[in-house]
Design a protein around this ligand. Sequence first.
Ligand SMILES: *[C@@H]1O[C@H](CO)[C@@H](O)[C@H](O)[C@H]1NC(C)=O
Ligand SMILES: *[C@@H]1O[C@H](CO)[C@@H](O)[C@H](O)[C@H]1NC(C)=O
Length: 263
Amino acid sequence: MLLLLLLTSAFPLVPWAGAGRIIGGSEVKPHSWPYMAHLSIQNKSNHFTCGGFLIRSDAVLSAAHCVAGKKNVTVTVTLGAHNVEKREPSQQKLRVRHWVIHPKYSKDTSENDIMLLKLEPKAKQTNEVSYISMSSQNERVKPGTKCNVAGWGRTSITGSGSSVLMEVDLEVQSDEVCEDLFKDYLNESMICLGDKKLRKAAFQGDSGGPLVCNGKAHGIVSYGPQNSIFPEVFTRVSYFVPWIREELRKFALQDLPDPPSSD
Ligand SMILES: *[C@@H]1O[C@H](CO)[C@@H](O)[C@H](O)[C@H]1NC(C)=O
Ligand SMILES: *[C@@H]1O[C@H](CO)[C@@H](O)[C@H](O)[C@H]1NC(C)=O
């Protein structure tokens, strides 16, 4: 699999390669995804990017595989961006000092592919920056539901990343579709999506970005198959609501993890 950032039971997509792309999508109307976050993750020798999304003025959700296992990295979140290669007046760029990777995240199975980043200072809410509600605990989107995903990832399998934010719609598939293909697919904590006609997908570089169904964040771009673009697996946000709430409570108490060491 490709971590779509990419991971599959067999082959996590390596985010350093610039994983994640939206295939078959179109450029978003600028700032129509005001909760969208661009993550830049780098150390002295490597740089890669992921997506994420603002769920509170001081918290961004993303995928664990974007940061897990990387050494000496600094993480910078940019909010309010449309073209990430430009300095737009709407942009808020924040260096992240604290993040929490789910303690049961597994690189091998992509289980619990979720990470919460604390913003300090908080994001300023503007016309271009605001947060999105998460799905409620245990709420499940039915197969056939149309959802949207956005990212600055690659726009073709061989192409490069996109400077402007792209979006694509994908349909929720039954769990069986992913269970048949991915031996580590878990119906409780993952959502199966895709476009059966193989025209549309999230791709490398899109990892960590939000899957929005009926106006709420239901998923996080996680992984896909190595040699195809269908189907794809998203972290199921509703399953993690209790974990997210607990971590947000710790944020409020300043009960924070030690700052990750930077070189
Ligand atoms: C940067 O991260 C990569 C991946 O974890 C690691 O192999 C490399 O040693 C790191 N470089 C530095 C300078 O820490
Ligand atoms: C998930 O899969 C298990 C085992 O295959 C099954 O018993 C359970 O009902 C499924 N849960 C949902 C919510 O579909």
